[in-house]
Design a protein around this ligand. Structure first.
Ligand code: NAD
Ligand code: ZN
Length: 355
């Protein structure tokens, strides 16, 4: 695939130390097996705290020092943090070099690696500096999920729920009945799930395929988010705000889960969604043991304030992508997002949920 879709004289591979421990050797073997020279490996520490401009600078400096030219292809091997940071490096390095995404978390497989959005965080908010830079290819091997901690797998299911809510009620029902079994800890109480390996691999493969198809179909219609792509932001306006106010103690997927529960409620209050939509979203999230509201420790006023830094704010008002029912999103005259009064946002943020 690298030869066909991203021919290059050299390859650089960005990963984080946790992913490298489990999967770097196999990735390097794949280069050798394809008769490619070993890549320049650049490792960053794991975690959202490293999706920064400072890391972007450090990684680009490494590539420059190593003399990587425009004939270099970057391979991002990791979760959404490595993918977003790597994507932004590739978008900007020598005005742009090709990137191939090799996602290793469920979240990155079903969502982050597809669609070409890249970014780093700043103290003012998440993903505020970035670029659209579609990958030449996305290589997904669900077997790498065998080493993913259960909490990370669970967080990734939030984006799967999102795809069901925004586009496919039958998919949401299938997710609700089949996914929870994947997330039970094994009998030793350990990190790895209890489901038999073959069943698990098959189910994860199906999920990835359906979710990628839903996301790709939306992105194909509106790559640069002039309108319809905004439906993918469901749960993310309040989700990003919660994530930021928590100091990134909440995982992205966990924050999005809480954000979807809150925004579904908001959709009902605003008269956009039919009654019962929010209860249904909350019921599925409960099955998956994901957050269903504002965690008690986070101040509602701070969360509201954080929504204003979000890119989804237009002319000072914060806009939300809201469902009309499970499987369908509000169009609002082709805008696909709508301003919501602060009073309503305060109302949904008022009750705290204890984990
Ligand atoms: N660009 C987009 O369209 C888009 C969409 C959704 C999310 N995102 C971004 O993605 C990020 C979240 O991504 P994430 O949830 O993948 O988090 P992440 O990249 O931080 O990965 C989570 C943790 O899992 C570890 N890990 C990854 N793969 C592993 C494996 N196979 N085995 C063992 N450990 C492994 C990582 O080291 C890390 O500690 C957020 O920054 C979010 O903003 C971007
Ligand atoms: Zn997301």
């Amino acid at each position: 695939v690298l030869r066909r879709d991203a021919p290059a004289h050299r390859h650089a591979l960005l990963t984080d130390t946790a992913v490298a421990r489990h999967h770097l050797a196999r990735a390097c073997d794949a280069f050798a097996a394809a008769d490619l020279a070993p890549p320049l490996v650049v490792e960053i520490p794991p975690g959202e705290a490293h999706k920064t401009r400072e890391r972007w600078a450090a990684v680009t400096d490494r590539l420059l020092e190593a003399g990587c030219g425009r004939d270099t292809t970057l391979v991002a091997l990791g979760g959404g943090v490595v993918g977003d940071l790597g994507g932004f490096v590739a978008a900007t390095y020598l005005r742009g070099i090709p990137i191939v995404q090799c996602p290793t978390t469920l979240l990155a497989m079903v969502d982050a690696s597809v669609g070409g959005k890249t970014a780093v965080d700043t103290p003012a908010g998440k993903n505020l500096v970035g670029a659209f830079h579609p990958p030449r290819a996305v290589l997904i091997d669900p077997s790498v999920l065998d080493t993913l901690p259960l909490a990370e797998l669970r967080a990734g299911t939030a984006e799967v729920v999102k795809h069901g809510v925004i586009a496919d009620a039958a998919y949401l029902a299938a997710v609700e009945s089949r996914l929870p079994g994947l997330l039970l800890p094994d009998r030793a109480g350990g990190q790895s799930p209890a489901a038999p390996a073959s069943e698990r691999a098959q189910l994860l493969g199906q999920l990835v395929a359906r979710s990628v198809a839903i996301k790709a179909a939306v992105v194909a219609q509106d790559e640069q988010e002039g309108g319809m792509r905004r439906i993918l932001n469901f749960g993310h306006t309040l989700g990003h705000a919660l994530e930021q106010v928590s100091g990134y103690a909440l995982r992205h997927g966990e924050a999005v889960a809480a954000g979807m529960a809150l925004e579904a409620r908001l959709a009902e209050l605003a008269g956009v969604a039919e009654a019962g939509t929010a209860d249904r979203v909350v019921a599925v999230l409960r099955q998956l043991d994901l957050p269903i509201g504002r965690p008690a420790g986070l101040d509602p006023e701070q969360v509201l304030a954080a929504t204003r830094a979000d890119k989804k704010a237009r002319a000072g008002t914060v806009e939300y992508a809201l469902p009309t029912r499970i499987g369908a999103m509000g169009e609002f005259g082709g805008r696909w997002s709508v301003p919501v009064a602060d009073a309503l946002v305060r109302e949904v943020l008022a009750p705290a949920v204890t984990a």
